[in-house]
Each structure stands twice: as structure tokens, then as C-alpha cells.
Ligand binder design. Structure first.
Ligand code: NAD
Length: 483
């Protein structure tokens, strides 16, 4: 539908800015207003559709996603740059989540518990909340919208969805599938735009839930904007994740993991392994092996099957990466590979940067504490497990952490002591599956989780119900029988 202002914006390929992917509608305040009004009106009917029937529509949507996986993956690589195997994974995550949540339509368990009084029944049920404002980033253009929209729908809510302006095509592909699967008019509404459109959503009194994934800086603004109207606010924000490599680790496995964790999605994952803490006994061996592998990574257009790492999403993001390289050098870290923008040959028209590694990084340096969101990994030496854990926990973020060790005692201690929402043993910091909770602590999240059954807790609230079939007044806590 055309925007009320008639304004549009261009979507270009970050691997080749000559490639215009499309021209999209730019929503204005009036469009946000209309979308919220449609969602509020549709809610009154949608909440009463039985959850198993809502779920059947979602099941059909999952089947359509699966049938169009390749087409959607190619669109996604073109619009945000990550390599095709990864965009296939992104679509697969949406498929997995949608099938999983379709199953929840026939579960959505509440509790039945005994009453303390005779002839009285007690139970709790999940209830939808109303209109959900869904605001998403560009790095998982289908997976993240699915983590939010699908559980919101199965619980009986309606949705106003604003994707990142960097990835409108994948968002349109996603919403079209829901409509084709039979989700009724008004239940899912999409708007486009940036901070002004987001603010219109987070401040509107008709919106009941805000589910936001993005940077910590914007998450803070969203939280404040939604506070006066007491919305339920679910925030998934930045990360500075750590891989800890002990002196007994399988180093080849650790190098594989750090390469995937550090440079997968060009380092543009909230769970990216941007810090690698290595025991001093294996430090030199690890650094040499890791650097050799990073140097050999093939950088280019993600549609080329030989390419292993694509571009940054935008010139702005690339400039951030380059700024942090300068910061790292000025702080005295040792640049052991990379550090430059790539501008030759197939990289000339895109936002490409070399895979970059800093060694001998000190925990106090900014490159060891701040999220860069690019292909830059910092390696820090450590003396012991305790030292590694202290470094791991010594940042404001708390999303994901991992340890490489053969010692089960060390693995369990690290698992217990790392204050993150996700932890891996002998695997990198990325690799979440849809049926477990996903999210972080500290400045990464505000206590909610998405994925798994935990997602239902964001998009529903509990109602406790007591049914007294004694035929007389029974007072809780007072008329309890004495034995
Ligand atoms: P961003 O914070 O710039 O934008 C996120 C979304 O918020 C976009 O849709 C944007 O248009 C919108 N927005 C911007 N200003 C707004 C405002 N004032 N009010 C409401 N909405 C507003 O983030 P990004 O660059 O799109 O994504 C990268 C960030 O996302 C990184 O920090 C990354 O760690 C984080 N991320 C976190 C997770 C997680 O699950 N924890 C997952 C993926 C990405």
C-alpha cells in the first residue's frame, strides 16, 4: 500500500551498490496510526479464534516458508550481504520457529493446582495482551521477525511490525507468507521507517507490548518511550561475547569455532565471538593458527558459492569498523591481520573489510569492551580459568559465552559462573536453536527471553481462575480446615 506521504526509499545491495533491489514505501505518522488502529480492531476477533486454529495457519505459513526457502535466501543475501549458506540458515530458523510455535497452539500449558478449600478448583491460563509493536534489526531479517511475530500470533495478539530500513524485502517476503497462509486482515500490519516511526509505535497508548531487538543505545530509548504508558517491554540488545580457550583445549576445534563465531555474518551477530581469551600456555600456537585461517578467508559477494565472508551492511557500519581499528591501534593492541577496507576487483562497489584480528589486547581497552559489529576479533591472554572468567564477565553485556576445554570440571565451573543468557561448551558463541530460550543479561536484555516456551511469557499474561462449587462462602486463608 502506498505511504500516506507518497515518500519512498531505495534498498541497495551492500556487496554492489549499483544493484538496486527495490523502492519501498516510507511510512509516515498517519500510516503508523492506521496500522495500530487496524491491529486494535482485529484483536477483538483474533483473540477469540481458538489457539489450535491460529496455529494451523502458522503451520501453513511454515510450509510456504520451506517451499520458498531458496528464493528468500537469495533475496536476503542480495539485500544484507551475508553468504548464501547463512541466509538459508536464517530462513530455516523462521521455518523452525513457525513449526515450533504452531505446536504451541495445542499446548500453551497453564497450571491446575489443588485449592486449599474443599470443592474449589484453581487454575491459571495464558491470555493475549493486545497489540504488539515489533521492531527488528537487519542482521537476521527473517529469523528475528519470526521469533517475535509468530509467538505473538499464536498467543492471540495482533501485530504492527517495523523492520530495519536495511532489509525491507525480507520483511515483505515474511509478511506476504503469513497473509497467504490465511492470517486475517488487520492481524499483521507492517510499517517502514526509522526512529520517528519507531517512536510513534512505542508511545502509542493503544500498543500493549513492545518487542525490540537492536542496539543497547536504541533499546534504552525504547524502554523510556514506552514507560509512561506502562507497556510490557521486551528488549534484546547488544553483545560482547567471549570464547575462553583453556590449555587443554582441542586447538583445531577452537580455531574452527572462533573463525565461524568471529567472522560469520561478517561479525554482525549479537552473539559474535568478538573476544577470544586464550590460556598463556597455548596462546602463541592459537594466535598463529587463527591468524593463518582468517587471512585465507575469501571475502566477496555472498551469492558466490566460493565466498566465505560478505560485506558490512552499510557505509556507516563499515566506518564504525574502521574507526575501531584505529582505536585498537591507538590503544596499543597488536594488529596481527586485516585492518583495511577492501576496494579492489569484486569489492570495489561494496562495503567490504578484511577479517581483522588484534592480539595482546588488554581487558580495559575499548576494543575489548564495546560492541563493534564487524569482522574484528580481539584476543586476550589469560593465566587461569578464574582469570578467563573474570575477563569474560568484565563487560557491560551478557549475551553469550563459551569455553573450549577437555576438563569437565572447568566446563561446569565456567557454565555456572559466566553471567550470560547463553553458554556453550566446545562450540563458539553462536548456534542457538529455536526451542530453547534466547536472550541476555545486563545491558543485553531486560529479563525476558525469546524463542522456546519463554517466548510465550512475553506475548501472554497469566490469569488465575478460582471456581467454587461448594455452594457457600469459603474464605481463603480463613476457612481452611484444621486437621
Ligand atoms: P538499531 O538499534 O540501530 O535499530 C534496531 C531497530 O530499531 C531498527 O528497526 C531501527 O529502525 C529501530 N529504531 C531506531 N531508532 C528507534 C527509536 N528511537 N525508537 C524505536 N525504534 C527505533 O540496531 P541495528 O543496527 O538494526 O542492529 C544491530 C544491533 O542489534 C546490534 O547492537 C546487535 O547486537 C543487536 N542485535 C541483538 C540481538 C539479540 O537478540 N540480543 C539480535 C540481533 C541484533
Amino acid at each position: 500500500m502506498p505511504s500516506s506521504s507518497g515518500q519512498t526509499f531505495e534498498n541497495r545491495n551492500p556487496a554492489n551498490t549499483d544493484d538496486l533491489i527495490g523502492v519501498f514505501q516510507q511510512s509516515a505518522a498517519a500510516d503508523v496510526d492506521a496500522a495500530i488502529a487496524a491491529a486494535a480492531a482485529a484483536y477483538e476477533e483474533w483473540r477469540l479464534v481458538p489457539a489450535p486454529i491460529r496455529a494451523e495457519m502458522l503451520f501453513r505459513a511454515a510450509q510456504i516458508f520451506a517451499a520458498r526457502k531458496e528464493e528468500f535466501a537469495r533475496d536476503m543475501t542480495r539485500e544484507m550481504g551475508k553468504v548464501l549458506s547463512e541466509t538459508r540458515g536464517d530462513v530455516q530458523e523462521a521455518i523452525d520457529m513457525t513449526f515450533y510455535m504452531a505446536g504451541e497452539g495445542r499446548r500453551m500449558f497453564g497450571q491446575t493446582v489443588p485449592s486449599e478449600l474443599r470443592n474449589k478448583f484453581a487454575m491459571s491460563v495464558r491470555q493475549p495482551l493486545g497489540v504488539c509493536a515489533i521492531i527488528t534489526p537487519w542482521n537476521f531479517p527473517m529469523a528475528i521477525p519470526s521469533w517475535k511475530i509468530v509467538p505473538a500470533l499464536v498467543c492471540g495478539n495482533t501485530v504492527v511490525f517495523k523492520p530495519s530500513s536495511n532489509t525491507p524485502l525480507s520483511a515483505v517476503n515474511f509478511v506476504k507468507v503469513l497473509i497467504e497462509a490465511g492470517i486475517p486482515r488487520g492481524v499483521v500490519n507492517m510499517v517502514t521507517g526509522d526512529a520517528d516511526v519507531g517512536t510513534a509505535m512505542t508511545t502509542d497508548p493503544r500498543v500493549d507490548v513492545v518487542s525490540f531487538t537492536g542496539s543497547t543505545a536504541v533499546g534504552r530509548i525504547v524502554n523510556q518511550a514506552a514507560a509512561p504508558t506502562f507497556k510490557k517491554v521486551h528488549l534484546e540488545m547488544g553483545g560482547k561475547n567471549v570464547v575462553m580457550i583453556m590449555d587443554d583445549a582441542d586447538l583445531e576445534l577452537a580455531v574452527d569455532g572462533c573463525l565461524w563465531g568471529g567472522f560469520g555474518t561478517t561479525g554482525q551477530r549479537c552473539t559474535a565471538a568478538s573476544r577470544v581469551v586464550v590460556h598463556e600456555k597455548v596462546y602463541r600456537t592459537f594466535v598463529d593458527a587463527f591468524v593463518a585461517r582468517a587471512k585465507a578467508l575469501v571475502v566477496g559477494d555472498g551469492l558466490d558459492p566460493a565466498v566465505e565472508m560478505g560485506p558490512s551492511i552499510s557505509e556507516t557500519q563499515l566506518q564504525t569498523v574502521m574507526r575501531y581499528v584505529t582505536i585498537g591501534e591507538a590503544e596499543g593492541a597488536r594488529l596481527v591481520t586485516g585492518g583495511r577496507r577492501l576496494t579492489d576487483g569484486g569489492c570495489a562497489r561494496g562495503f567490504f573489510h578484511q577479517p581483522t584480528i588484534f592480539a595482546d589486547v588488554d581487558r580495559r581497552m575499548r576494543i575489548a569492551r564495546e560492541e563493534i559489529f564487524g569482522p574484528v576479533v580481539s584476543i586476550l591472554p589469560c593465566r587461569s580459568l578464574e582469570d578467563a572468567i573474570a575477563i569474560g564477565n568484565g563487560v557491560d553485556y551478557g549475551l553469550s559465552a563459551s569455553i573450549y576445554t577437555q576438563d569437565i570440571n572447568r566446563a561446569f565451573r565456567a557454565m555456572r559462573d559466566l553471567y550470560t543468557g547463553i553458554f556453550y561448551v566446545n562450540a563458539p558463541t553462536i548456534g542457538a536453536e529455536v526451542h530453547l530460550p534466547f536472550g541476555g543479561t545486563k545491558h543485553t536484555g531486560n529479563g525476558h527471553r525469546e524463542a522456546g516456551v519463554a517466548a510465550l511469557d512475553v506475548f501472554s499474561e497469566w490469569k488465575s481462575i478460582y471456581i467454587d462449587f461448594s455452594g457457600r462462602l469459603q474464605r481463603a486463608q480463613i476457612d481452611v480446615e484444621q486437621l
